[in-house]
Design a protein around this ligand. Structure first.
Ligand code: KG4
Ligand code: ZN
Length: 374
């Protein structure tokens, strides 16, 4: 079964074709990072306009790269929640229209749940390099054995710009939320700290790039203690970084933060990046390690944009007594392949949605069992 996935929940317009939930046939991502970088963050109206301009060419390229015509496509899966309302609307309206015009079953997919399915597609790091080369991608992934997919129960650490959560998947669509952030998501904390020290948007990759050049032990930033040991909180860490940078540069608490970066020396910038990243990552790994020992899952996966962080991968590998297959970087940040993959498993257990009825749900969190039939 070949599923066309469509994703437009934030600032990436993406379409992909995935066969049987695992075999990646194409993966097209049009990133708006350059458009939003000048503003230091995503501007929702600008994002929606950009999605509108490129959605159909992106879908067509996904079909072309997969050597598919519409006749080859068995179903369409689209992100309907959560995300920016204008962004979600463009992708979902395109999918609804195409489902009607081409007479294909349509399946609504939860974006955060979708992130986890990047791990069902790509489990061999040596295949990372082929993801941007569509021709060799199809060839290279042709013989991926199904046995490489994660095994249930799966402990998933979902870490993105909007979400930080630990979820135990007992089966497809049957999951339990162990804990989540009570304030900022970890990716958001990376983005905000980058702004404080004057690193470009998006902050996660900027901090990850600079951190190896700094001293990760120079600043002992605090780790939040939570009532539920699986919950996260990153706003205190972000404030501690702000106060430290203010103190180190000799300015008062009310100094305009947009003027701070010009006072930050290169060595202070690198040491803050390294110390912040160490504490943020340690916090994630502490909780993942506890959950691993409490629930003894058969597999551990990480998902979401922050899953691209090498320090997170290094610490997890060092501290968890289980082999972890990390998804390629290109499938950690937003993409439609993960939506198409989940679309396949979702379609096995659910009837399609009427394309005339599908509504977007911008703030739907992933809190309880979603759709499992068992
Ligand atoms: O999953 P994603 O692409 O979009 C959301 O659904 O939020 O995640 C984007 C987030 C941003 O906050 C970005 O700074 C962060 O992922 N990110 C990283 C890295 N690459 C992206 N954070 C830390 N290290 C990275 N290498
Ligand atoms: Zn995402």
């Amino acid at each position: 079964m070949k599923v066309l996935g469509i994703e437009s929940s934030c600032d990436e317009t993406a379409a992909a074709v995935v066969e049987n939930g695992q075999l990646l046939l194409s993966n097209v991502i049009n990133s708006q990072i350059d458009i939003h970088a000048v503003y230091g963050g995503v501007v929702p109206e600008v994002a929606a306009r950009s999605h509108l301009e490129v959605i159909m060419p992106v879908v067509q390229k996904a079909l072309d790269d997969a050597n598919c015509t519409w006749d080859d496509i068995d179903a369409i899966a689209v992100t309907y929640a959560p995300g920016l309302v204008g962004s979600l609307l463009i992708g979902s309206l395109a999918a609804r229209t195409l489902a009607l015009l081409k007479n294909k079953p349509l399946y609504p997919i939860h974006h955060v749940e979708g992130h986890v399915y990047a791990n069902f597609i790509s489990v061999h790091s040596e295949q990372v390099s082929v993801v941007s080369d569509q021709k060799s991608l199809a060839q290279a992934t042709e013989n991926w054995p199904l046995s490489t997919a994660p095994k249930f129960p799966i402990l998933a650490l979902i870490v993105s710009g909007g979400h930080s959560q630990l979820v135990l998947f007992k089966d497809h669509g049957d999951y339990e939320l162990l804990g989540q952030t009570q304030d900022d998501a970890v990716g958001e904390a990376f983005d905000k700290v980058a702004k404080i020290i004057g690193l470009p948007y998006p902050g996660g990759p900027s901090i990850a790039q600079l951190a190896p050049h700094g001293d990760p032990t120079r600043f002992a930033f605090p780790k939040a203690r939570m009532k539920n040991p699986y919950d996260f909180s990153f706003s205190g860490l972000k404030t501690a970084v702000l106060r430290t940078v203010q103190a180190e540069t000799g300015v008062a608490y009310d100094f305009p933060s947009y003027q701070l970066p010009e006072r930050v020396s290169d060595s202070l910038r690198a040491d803050v990046a390294a110390s912040f990243q160490r504490v943020a990552v340690e916090t994630l790994v502490d909780k993942a390690e506890k959950a691993f020992h409490d629930y003894t899952p058969a597999s551990v996966v990480i998902a979401g944009g922050v899953a691209a962080n090498q320090e997170l991968r290094r610490q997890l590998t060092a501290r968890l007594p289980i082999a972890i297959d990390y998804a390629p970087m290109e499938l950690c940040t937003d993409n439609a392949a993960m939506i198409a993959s989940l679309g396949f498993f979702y379609a096995e257990a659910n009837a399609p949605t009427d394309p005339r009825d599908l509504e977007v749900v911008p703030s739907l969190s992933m809190t309880k069992t979603a759709w499992a039939t068992s």
